[in-house]
Design a protein around this ligand. Sequence first.
Ligand code: GSH
Length: 238
Amino acid sequence: MRYELYYWPTIQGRGEFVRLALEDAGADYIDVARTDTGMEAMMDLLEGAEVNHPSFAPPFLKAGEQLIGQTANILLFLGPKLGLTPKEEAGRLWVHQLQLTIADMVTEVHDTHHPIASGLYYRDQKPEALRRAADFTAARLPKFFDYFEAVMERNPGGDEYLVGKTATYADLSMFQMIAGLRYAFPRTMKKLEPDYPRLLALHDRIAARPGVAAYLASERRLPFNQEGIFRHYKELDG
Ligand SMILES: N[C@@H](CCC(=O)N[C@@H](CS)C(=O)NCC(=O)O)C(=O)O
């Protein structure tokens, strides 16, 4: 099975959470919108009147005849196929719950620079962004980190992963969160990091996995930039 991933071609964005799972597992996939005619193919699937189960927005995944959207839903589908989720249902739901919480966090990161409207420029919502980012860095980010650090601490499988004794797609996504937050909020992260030793160790553990390490060193890994979810505006950083 060759998976087809559809996502905007110039940013890591939400597509990166899916990409990391595919890359970690060495899955056969094509990043369709990065190919010559790929954007056209993606827009056809987004807007085509004949498409069943259309997605509201990328990322979405084509697996044979199945078209699956929503990042956490794609990962719920891929997890068992890529060996990145527990075998039993309770464990799979727990990983899914953590992934949905990461999705909430992603939205809050996005809203630090676009608190009013995605369709407006940052410069047109800067006063609101300053207020939103101040609350995010002072209150929300530590609250999310406290939660995930405690999840690791209480994991009956040990404190190396969020769930169980081996990596799941939620661990890969947490790696991406920490990498992105370091890009967007370097000053804030420097202050917060000493309080979250398990999360930071998890970041390094995931980065060292052979599939992830090879991906990060490849041209397929786009650099963070000012178009994605994680953007660095000095004035928003604590
Ligand atoms: N909840 C969805 C959000 C998808 C989403 O917002 N995608 C962005 C790019 S990261 C997009 O293309 N949005 C266009 C829009 O909302 O109109 C997910 O997690 O996949």
